[in-house]
Design a protein around this ligand. Structure first.
Ligand code: FDA
Length: 462
């Protein structure tokens, strides 16, 4: 791709960016694109300056699950730009054209690229912002920067360290920050990961090391998309091993990707959700949870069922579906791990000695207040103690905080609905956050001045 637009903005010379983004996954990458779009068409003085901190050594989107053949569960038209600006230079079509594959892609007659290809697209976009991203550094704290006089918080210091190791702290200053740190792997209660017990996010980092030895068995815990993909991958990759799929449901259930239900992922559904009363929000999540949670792509279910049936015909049973079964414990063994399983329909506990147990047990949002330190006390919360998030994705804070703290993605499902942690609305959402930053600058002369909340308002004001 050609070189990006200049990113220099007035505040950069003072060392304070308009924006620091924590995390550089698809969400903050989409925001970088939306800001680039603005910078490319405005006067130099109006440009937004930014910097991003990313813990991974380089750009990566769920690298541990980039399984060969796995396809996207979202149309390529829901890339990082098209739904906001189909003419953007960051669309998936533009990427295909740049890679010389546009005609070949069209001939596939599919809206759903492989995850490997979409990862390549995301990396192609990310490359344009390399000069603004500190890879291999983790944000460990956010400190308030107080203005002179009334002591209001005018900006922030984001403290970073080398990810996963010792090294010097660095500080980057901003008038606004955006938390786009994604979801955190979730393990069953009382279970920790180990040498032979992995969360599926590490599948491709761990499994290939086991290919050069004889195998007995793998167990995969969970019944969602990642669990089904993991079972299929292990079955295919270790032809001498038994693969046990352990889950509490009766069977894998298909994801509802039918067109009317799919509207729950439209940008307008975010407005509907945001404005709805609490009980209707709950109902929307309950009715349409099966578009995303604990469900599996229909074709993959068919494929796994065919395998099980064909093995039954052949009198072998290498792929075993242990339905209505609950994992009650795991013990590391020399060279493997033992899973303890309880049949929910009755019967004795039994054990599965495995080369590895893979926990495809989902993800959870991290509470952003952990990173916000003393600023957490300035966050307004609802009656359930959840963060209040404005429609423009900005955390609602007391009047003592003038700089903007935005939260995008994980952690906003209770306010912005089911698309929050997904890709579907990234193009539109990033435009909303960018416009909010610009509005703050235009309206107040200070980027990110907050909507008026009286100074001293209760931090848990509901
Ligand atoms: P994401 O988790 O991708 O990025 C957050 C980034 O922040 C990470 O790179 C992380 O390293 C970094 N980070 C975290 N804390 C940090 C800190 N303190 N300091 C510095 N960096 C930090 N959705 C969809 O709509 N369609 C799909 O097809 C799929 N497919 C899919 C497959 C698989 C295997 C998974 C696990 C998930 C999906 N998803 C999905 C959902 C997925 O959450 C979504 O695609 C995006 O990853 C969300 O992007 P984010 O940027 O919000 O989070």
């Amino acid at each position: 791709m050609s070189a990006g637009h200049a990113s220099t903005a007035p505040y950069e010379s003072s060392g304070t960016r308009d924006l620091v983004g924590i995390g550089f996954g698809p969400a903050n990458l989409a925001l970088a694109i939306a800001m680039d779009e603005h910078n490319g068409r405005c006067a130099p003085d109006d440009r937004l300056s930014s910097a991003f901190v990313e813990r991974q050594a380089d750009f990566g989107w769920h690298r541990g699950m980039l399984l060969e053949g796995a396809t996207m569960q979202v149309s390529f038209l829901k890339d990082l730009a098209t739904m906001r600006d189909p003419g953007s230079r960051f669309t998936f079509l533009r990427y295909l054209h740049d890679r010389g594959r546009l005609a070949d892609f069209i001939n596939q007659k599919s809206f759903f690229p492989t995850r490997l290809e979409f990862h390549d697209y995301l990396g192609w976009c990310a490359e344009e912002f390399r000069d603004r991203v500190s890879y291999g550094r983790e944000a460990v704290a956010v400190r308030p920067v107080r203005g002179t006089g009334d002591g209001t918080v005018d900006g922030f210091e984001v403290v970073t360290r080398p990810a996963g190791g010792p090294g010097a702290e660095e500080v980057v200053r901003a008038r606004n920050i955006v938390l786009g740190t994604g979801l955190t792997p979730q393990l069953p209660p009382g279970v920790s990961a180990g040498e032979h017990v992995w969360h599926n996010r590490d599948l491709l980092f761990r499994a290939p090391a086991l290919t050069h030895r004889p195998h007995r068995r793998f167990a995969v815990v969970g019944a969602g998309q990642s669990a089904a993909e993991t079972a299929e991958y292990l079955y295919r990759t270790f032809p001498d091993a038994e693969v046990c799929a352990v889950f509490t449901r009766y069977g894998y259930s298909p994801a509802d990707d039918s067109p009317f239900a799919n509207r729950i992922f439209d940008p307008s559904a975010v407005d509907d959700f945001y404005d709805a009363p609490e009980d209707i929000k709950r109902a929307m999540l309950d009715y349409h949870g099966n578009t995303n949670y604990s469900v599996v792509d229909g074709e993959l279910i068919e494929q796994l069922y065919r395998t099980v049936y064909q093995e039954k015909v052949a009198g072998t049973e290498r792929l075993r579906i242990l339905r209505m079964s609950s994992l009650t414990g795991i013990e590391e063994l020399p060279g493997g791990a033992r899973a303890v399983v309880r049949p929910l329909t009755g019967g004795e506990l039994f054990t599965l000695d495995c080369d590895a147990v893979v926990l495809a047990t989902g993800y959870r949002p991290q509470d952003p207040r952990e990173l916000l330190g003393p600023l957490a006390d300035e966050c307004l919360t609802d009656h359930q103690g959840r963060l209040r998030v404005d429609r423009d994705h900005r955390l609602r804070m007391t009047g003592r905080v003038r700089g903007g703290v935005y939260l995008q993605g994980a952690g906003t499902e209770h306010t912005h609905g089911i698309t929050s942690s997904l890709l579907s609305t990234l193009a539109v959402r990033s435009g909303e956050i960018r416009d909010s930053l610009l509005l703050g600058r235009a309206g107040n002369g200070v980027l990110g001045a907050p909507a008026p909340v009286p100074a001293g308002a209760a931090a848990h004001g509901g």
